[in-house]
Design a protein around this ligand. Sequence first.
Ligand code: APR
Length: 317
Amino acid sequence: MINKIGIIGGGNIGGVCVSEIVNRGLARNVALVDVKEPEFAAGKCLDVAEATPVYGRDVNVVGSKNYDILEGCDFVINTAGVPRAMRPDGTFPSREELLAINLKITDFVAAGIKKYCPDAFVISIANPLDAIVYRLFKKSGIKPHKIMGMAGVLDSARYKYFVAKEANVSVENIEAVVLGGHGDTMVPIRSACRIYGLPVEQFVTKSKLAKIEKRTRGAGGEVVKLLGSGSAFVSPAVSALEMIEAIAFDKRKIIPVAAYLQGEYGVKKLFVGVPAILGKNGIEEIIKVKLSPEEKKNLKVSINAVKKTCAEVDKTK
Ligand code: APR
């Protein structure tokens, strides 16, 4: 069992993280920080704490506006930031359009982590994903193998779900990989998609797969449009917990994560979604995926999109 998990931002995603950690009995202590008045985090935690007898879990759940409750955390999940929502004119922003506002919040978050739990593993979920985790890394001083963005688990889960529905088989039979940035340029890798170890094309036609891959790229936006305000929250929360479990239980599980690359996939000093072995040291190894020329080209486009957003980040001190 983990001693302590900290959650920063107690809105939709943070709230599911807290209750799901208790549900699984994953940690002895959970600390939630949220700056929302009057005592939003404390209220959210009291609600979950009062459910612990029903869950049958002895987990201490504590919430505060102050970051000092993060002291001693083994893991931190960062969900602090504004999600996508419908504008008054009925249009929706891209994740990248959240950058300016979420960057300021991220600097605050980074200072808190640096001060109270500089040795924690950090999983960041706030958007734009690849740029926010990049900033968090730069400002918090967390070692590259201990900080990562949660995107690939979710993006590949979406791909798997759509493929399972189309093939009319269990989601458990599907293996899928999505690489690149967590934006509309992400790259579902058809050549690595398998159903019961067999090529996906044996079950789903090429034209249906093309539609599924397009839907995967826009899957976050699809949920945003349906909700009207806010974005997906259950799937991102449980995806982050899958990453924590791989590290905490030293599973050495191959999971797609936004990892700090130092030459892999031809990328240097950026966070990009790639499969990695997660074990007790965090990111233990980046896995290379053999790509078709088309997939290589698309990955380059996605990496360039991440580069562009991170260049914006670098313009603000
Ligand atoms: N420190 C701590 N919490 C903060 C801070 C801060 N400096 N600034 C904002 N928050 C809190 C807000 O008060 C809010 O409760 O972060 C919470 C975010 O919750 P939601 O608005 O419900 O957003 P959520 O759906 O959880 O998404 C959070 O993850 O997927 C991304 O795009 C999404 O960037 C968004 C983030």
